[in-house]
Design a protein around this ligand. Structure first.
Ligand code: UD1
Ligand code: CA
Length: 455
């Protein structure tokens, strides 16, 4: 059956004290609203609607190039009013699922269970029992435990405030019924708002069955109102990720000190030391070892490679049994073949480096192609930029580049070529030749050192 998913995201979120709309605040590196959209997209046969209001321009930006219909709620007159803004674009004979842009960790399996209820003509309501229910809408049940109403905290009497079962806000409703109920909402209540929750009493009165189901965890339905709550959810999310990694065969030196902001795919016997951050799409094959304090973004690393401490790897493909770092900066477009070595304070960018080649110390290798088993000495710089254009440096197999060499691109260094230390290379070097491109050393005998002036 067709499902219209309506995500409410119009509220201001004033307690975030932020210029950024609340639903745009990232959790695990991704806006909260996007978490909700991505989860909704796991459901089948859906159309997505997002109700926006506060910070509409910024939220719109996030939604461009996504298959969503936007409904504008100029004034935030309540959750019932918000849903009503999206309703004209919804189908009239399906089911409407209501979600919230600031409840980011809701799970698709929970939503599927809720949808099943609505598909049978029931009102599916997601509720949770809380230690401290204050502030939430309370679930009122009759003496045979059927749900008959939701009463908002501010409208509740003392007795109702004792109820620990609360409304998460998430519900699935047959579209036809929602269409008939929303116009009947009134704003005569403590907050002067059109409460979506008032449709529960309408359903009960009309004899529509209300099926209350519960999520697997409380965090799934946790809303974010301030930065403390956001940080709590972030930590919980990261702990789930850590557990998932350990279950997949990863050793984490401390499960509380790893952050995954995207999708981390792992082989077996991967070892991750403390304080590493993984961003975007990262793949670590069997036996990869990541030292402490590394950031790895949109990269794949093959079997048995070691990344030493404090390395930043971004947009790179790294082969097997390579050794990178410590303190390496591997930038986008870098491809390192098997058994390569990149040492401390080396920066690479758009560099394709062949099997067994080494760049061990203090170098910049950008816009470069290096063959196999070449050795790039300490302090080698590919001078790839003339201030306007970028040019490429090519180095063959088995080359030996002496320390402190400047390679002024475009330039080609042949196979088995050797460059003397301190050279500035501006012309191509044929295979097998030695190039020395530096001022000749001269010797001055009887040189007198300067003496201190008398003043
Ligand atoms: C709502 C529920 C309450 C439930 C609680 C769970 C109602 C009347 N009450 O209360 O039963 O326990 O959520 O967190 O539904 N929003 C709009 N437009 C509006 C009003 C709200 O987009 O005009 C959005 C907000 O941005 C927010 C969400 O809807 O994301 C909930 O609104 P909020 O005002 O926070 O409702 P609560 O008072 O928390
Ligand atoms: Ca709220």
């Amino acid at each position: 059956m067709h499902t219209d998913v309506v995500i409410l995201a119009a509220g201001q979120g004033s307690r975030m004290k932020s210029a950024l709309p609340k639903v745009m605040h990232p959790l695990a590196g991704k806006p909260m609203l996007q978490h909700v959209i991505d989860t909704a997209n796991q459901l089948s046969n859906i159309a997505l609607h997002v109700v926006i209001g506060h910070g509409a321009d910024r939220v719109r930006q996030q939604l461009t190039h996504q298959a969503v219909t936007i409904a504008m709620q100029e004034q935030q007159l309540g959750t019932g009013h918000a849903v009503a803004q999206a309703l004209p674009a919804c189908q009239s004979d399906g089911v409407v699922l209501i979600l919230y842009g600031d409840v980011p960790l809701i799970q698709a399996t929970t939503l599927q269970a809720l949808l099943q209820q609505a598909q049978q003509g029931h009102l599916g309501l997601l509720t949770v029992v809380l230690q401290d229910p204050s502030g939430y809408g309370r679930i009122v049940r009759n003496d045979v435990r059927d749900v008959v109403a939701i009463v908002e905290h501010k409208d509740a009497n003392e007795q109702q405030r004792q109820i620990a079962e609360v409304n998460t806000g998430i519900m699935a409703v047959p579209s036809e019924l929602l269409n008939s109920w929303l116009p009947q909402l009134s704003s005569e209540n403590a907050q002067g708002e059109y409460y979506l929750t008032d449709i529960i009493a309408m359903a009960a009165e009309e004899g529509v069955r209300i099926s209350a189901i519960q999520p697997a965890t409380e965090q799934e339905v946790q809303g974010v109102n301030n930065r403390q709550q956001l940080a709590e959810l972030e930590r919980w999310y990261q702990l789930q990720e850590a557990n998932r990694l350990m279950t997949a065969g990863v050793t984490l030196h401390d499960p509380a000190r790893v952050d995954v902001r995207g999708r981390l795919t792992v082989g077996q016997d991967v070892v991750i030391d403390i304080n590493c951050v993984f961003e975007g799409e990262v793949t670590l094959a069997d036996g990869v070892v990541i030292g402490p304090h590394c950031v790895i973004r949109n990269s794949s690393i093959e079997q048995g490679t070691l990344i030493e401490a404090h390395s930043l790897i971004d947009g790179a493909k790294i082969g097997s049994n390579a050794v990178i770092g410590p303190f390496a900066r591997i930038r986008p477009g870098t491809e390192l073949a098997d058994q390569t070595k990149i040492g401390n304070f080396v920066e690479t960018k758009k560099a394709v480096i062949g099997k067994g080649s080494k760049v061990n110390h203090l170098s910049y290798i950008g816009d470069a192609q290096i063959g196999e088993n070449s050795n790039i000495g300490a302090g080698t710089i590919t001078c790839n930029y003339d201030g306007v254009n970028k040019s490429v440096t090519e180095i063959g197999d088995g080359a030996f580049i002496g320390s402190n060499t400047s390679l002024v691109a475009p330039v080609k260094i042949g196979h088995e070529a050797t460059i003397a230390a301190g050279s500035t290379i501006t012309k191509d070097i044929p295979d097998g030749q030695l190039a020395v491109a530096r001022a000749q050393q001269k010797l001055v005998s009887h040189w007198k050192r300067p003496t201190k002036r008398q003043s």
